[in-house]
Design a protein around this ligand. Structure first.
Ligand SMILES: Nc1ncnc2c1ncn2[C@@H]1O[C@H](COP(=O)(O)OP(=O)(O)O)[C@@H](O)[C@H]1O
Ligand SMILES: O=C(O)C1=C[C@@H](OP(=O)(O)O)[C@@H](O)[C@H](O)C1
Ligand SMILES: [Mg+2]
Length: 178
């Protein structure tokens, strides 16, 4: 039974850049036999590279485009990885209340190696790790308010986080009636 058939909405991964939403989300979808959507991928499909979009039109335009990508992904259902800043949009936050929302976290000293030499436009400049931390601290209350549950991805293999999310998300089998 898919999550849509179970009427439980999409399984949505939120959290800061480099927490693992895209890589973990894809594996969780495979394990659950669900479709996988990544809102950044939808944006790129429709508008080209995110870095170019930021440069040409600015962050506000990216957020508007991202809002539509989130709506499309949630409509599709299955497992959905959001871009790290998608929760800044109030319309998206309202939509998320109809879905199961998983927050992925990561410790600042761990994320440094994951975002090294990164393409993400918000992490450009002198000190990406410092920028990451500032952005994360700003958004942390929003992430926590939107999430039903949180998993930390700082240590251990990626497969463990995947297993933990799958165990949380899998529908409980109906009891046999005698
Ligand atoms: N649990 C994990 N353990 C080790 N590396 C991870 C883990 N989760 C993600 N990564 C690595 O971190 C990088 C960023 O992951 P990604 O899935 O793109 O994060 P996000 O979508 O949250 O920005 C990738 O290179 C990925 O392989
Ligand atoms: O946190 C953010 O504002 C962003 C996160 C990125 O996605 P990931 O969180 O998947 O890296 C991407 O949407 C864009 O670079 C902006
Ligand atoms: Mg991602």
């Amino acid at each position: 039974m898919t999550s849509a058939e179970a009427g439980r909405g999409a399984l949505v991964l939120i959290g800061p850049m480099g927490a693992g939403k895209t890589s973990v989300g894809r594996r969780v979808a495979r394990a659950l036999g669900e479709t996988f959507s990544d809102t950044d991928k939808i944006v790129v499909r429709d508008h080209g590279p995110i870095r170019d979009l930021f440069l040409a039109h600015g962050e506000a335009h990216f957020r508007a485009v991202e809002r539509d990508a989130v709506a499309e992904a949630l409509e599709r259902g299955g497992v959905v990885a959001l871009g790290g800043g998608a929760v800044l949009d109030p319309v998206t936050r309202e939509r998320l209340t109809q879905h199961r929302v998983v927050l992925l976290t990561v410790a600042p000293h761990v994320v440094a190696s994951r975002i090294h030499g990164d393409e993400r436009p918000l992490l450009g400049g002198e000190d990406p790790a410092e920028r990451w931390l500032r952005i994360y601290e700003e958004r942390r209350p929003i992430y926590e308010a939107a999430a039903d549950i949180a998993f930390d991805t700082s240590s251990g293999p990626l497969a463990r986080v995947v297993d933990d999310i799958v165990a949380w998300a899998r529908p409980v089998p109906a009891q046999e009636t005698p």
